[in-house]
Ligand binder design. Structure first.
Ligand code: ASP
Length: 455
C-alpha cells in the first residue's frame, strides 16, 4: 500500500488535477491520497492558503471580507468549471467558509487556523468528486474521521501518539481515500494547522499510521538537487539519501520536503519517494533509513538566512558549573529555542532565529545575561546565514573539512563560526547573510565539479 501526497502546484488547476488522477489510477497500490490546497498557477499567482490568510485578516481588521472571499471562491470555481464538476460544490464551499467566519469572528487564532485549513479541506472534496466522476470509488475522509488527533496549539499542531491507532483502521476501508493535508483536530474539537507547508507532515503521519510500504510525495521537480538549482547550473541530482541527510538539508533551506515531516516515517522506516507530477516517469529521489555509502562523501549543500548570534565572553567560563544551563534558562524564560551553540573555553555563542528577538526580548535577555551571569562582554551579531555541508559519508572521509575551508577562503568568504555535531552528518558554517550564496556556490564547486569530486 502506498500513501501519495500531492503538493499545491500539483493541484493548482483542473489540468493538474487530471495529471494527479492519472497517476493515482495507474497504480492500484496508491490507496490513500493526501492533498494540499491549490498552489500557484504561475510565478505571479497567489496560493489559496495565502488568499485564505488575507480573508482572515480582512475579517479580523473589519476590512473588505466579501472581495477576499470572492478571490478564494474563484480559485475553487476555476477548478470546478475546468473539470465540469457539479456547481453545487462551490455553493457548499461558500456556505462552509461563511459558517467558519461566523463561528470564529471573535477568536483570531481559531479563525486563522479554520480558514487556512479550508484550502486543503475543500480541495480534498474536489479531488474525491473528480475521481468519482472518472468512475473510481473515492471517499473524502476528514482529519477528524481519519483520527488525526493533534495538540491544541494554533498554527503549530503536533500529532498525539493515540492518533496512530485510529489511523491504522484506514487500512480496512475500500476505495481511494482522499485526506486533506495541513491540519488535524484537537481533543477539544478545534481545527489546528501544522506549520506552513505542513501537508507533507500529514502525508507522513498517515503513511506511518497505516504502515504504508512507501510514501510518495509528488511535487514539481524531478529530483532533489544537491544544491539550490537557482545558484548553480545543472546541479547534481540525488537518487537516494538518508532520513538524517534529508533532515539536515530540509532544516537548512531545502523546501522540497518539510523538516518536520520525517519523524513519523523514520520510526517505521517507511521510504519516502519525491516525484514530479509533471514528469511521473522520472525516477525521483528516495529518502531511506540506510544507504550504501559509496561515491560522494558530501550529498548536499544548503543555506538559510535569518539567524543571529548572542556572543558572550567570560574568563574561566569552562570551570563554572551550570553556566550553560543558566544561559539557556534565560532563553527558555522568553520561550526561545536555540539552533546551535558553538563555544570556546571562555566564550559561547547561541545561534537563534532572528525573529525571536522582537518585542523587547533582546533587551530583557541581554540585561539578564549581564546581571545574572556576570559576563565580561555580550553582544548580538545580526544578519547571519548558516551554511550546511551534509553527508553521512563525511564521518569516514578524510579532508572534507579542509576542502570546505579552502573553498571558502579562496572565494573570500569570512567564516564566523564552525560547528560539527558528534554524528558528523553535517558541518555548519556561520557566515554573513550577504555572502551565503557565494559560500554555497564555492562549496558546491569544491565537492561536485568533476576535477575535485570527493570520494
Ligand atoms: N497549503 C499549506 C501552505 O501553503 C500547506 C501545504 O501546502 O503543505 O503552507
Amino acid at each position: 500500500m502506498k500513501v501519495v501526497k500531492f503538493g499545491g502546484s500539483s493541484l493548482a488547476n483542473g489540468t493538474q488535477f487530471k495529471k494527479v488522477a492519472q497517476i493515482v489510477i495507474a497504480d492500484k497500490e496508491r490507496r490513500i491520497v493526501v492533498v494540499s490546497a491549490p498552489g500557484k498557477r504561475s510565478a505571479e499567482d497567489i496560493k489559496t492558503t495565502d488568499l485564505l490568510i488575507s480573508l482572515a485578516n480582512e475579517v479580523t481588521n473589519g476590512g473588505n471580507e466579501s472581495d477576499a472571499l470572492h478571490l478564494v471562491l474563484r480559485r475553487f470555481a476555476d477548478i470546478v468549471e475546468e473539470l465540469e464538476l457539479e456547481s453545487e460544490l462551490i455553493t457548499e464551499i461558500e456556505r462552509q467558509l461563511l459558517d467558519l467566519i461566523t463561528t470564529y469572528r471573535d477568536d483570531k487564532d481559531r479563525l486563522f487556523d479554520a480558514l487556512k485549513a479550508s484550502g486543503e479541506n475543500q480541495n480534498a472534496k474536489l479531488v474525491a468528486a473528480y475521481f468519482r466522476k472518472l468512475g473510481e470509488e473515492a471517499h473524502y475522509v476528514s482529519p477528524e474521521e481519519a483520527g488525526i488527533i493533534v495538540t491544541d496549539h494554533p498554527g503549530n499542531a503536533r500529532i498525539l501518539p493515540e492518533a496512530y491507532e485510529e489511523l491504522e483502521k484506514l487500512r480496512d476501508r475500500s476505495g481511494i481515500l482522499v485526506i486533506p493535508g495541513f491540519f488535524g483536530v484537537s481533543k477539544m474539537g478545534n481545527i489546528v494547522t501544522f506549520p506552513r507547508g505542513g501537508s507533507d507532515i500529514t502525508g507522513s503521519i498517515v503513511a506511518a499510521g497505516v504502515g504504508a510500504d512507501l510514501y510518495e510525495n509528488f511535487t514539481d521537480v524531478n529530483s532533489i538537487y544537491s544544491v539550490n538549482p537557482t545558484l548553480v547550473s545543472e546541479p547534481h541530482k540525488m537518487k537516494e539519501i538518508t532520513y538524517r541527510e534529508m533532515r539536515e538539508l530540509a532544516y537548512s533551506g531545502f523546501s522540497v520536503f518539510h523538516d518536520e515531516a520525517l519523524q513519523p516515517v523514520v520510526k517505521k522506516k517507511i521510504p519516502v519517494l519525491i516525484k514530479n507530477t509533471n514528469d511521473p516517469q522520472a525516477t525521483g529521489t528516495q529518502i531511506v533509513a540506510d544507504r550504501v555509502l559509496d561515491g560522494l562523501a558530501v550529498v548536499g549543500i544548503a543555506s538559510d538566512e535569518g539567524f543571529c548570534s548572542i556572543n558572550l565572553t567570560k574568563y574561566l567560563m569552562n570551570k563554572e558549573v551550570g553556566f550553560g544551563r543558566k544561559l539557556l534558562e534565560i532563553l527558555e524564560g522568553e520561550e526561545i529555542s536555540f539552533e546551535h551553540t558553538p563555544s570556546g573555553i571562555d566564550n559561547m555563542s547561541v545561534i537563534i532565529r532572528s525573529h525571536h528577538l522582537q518585542n523587547g526580548k533582546e533587551e530583557r535577555i541581554l540585561h539578564r545575561i549581564r546581571t545574572e551571569l556576570f559576563v565580561e562582554e555580550v553582544h548580538v551579531e545580526r544578519d547571519l546565514a548558516i551554511v550546511m555541508v551534509v553527508g553521512e559519508g563525511m564521518a569516514k572521509a578524510v579532508g572534507v573539512a579542509s576542502m570546505a575551508t579552502a573553498a571558502l577562503s579562496n572565494a573570500g568568504v569570512n567564516i564566523k563560526m564552525i560547528n560539527q555535531g558528534s554524528s558528523e552528518v553535517s558541518m555548519m558554517f556561520g557566515v554573513n547573510a550577504s555572502q551565503a550564496d557565494l559560500a554555497v556556490q564555492s562549496l558546491y564547486h569544491a565537492y561536485f565539479t568533476p576535477t575535485t569530486v570527493n570520494q
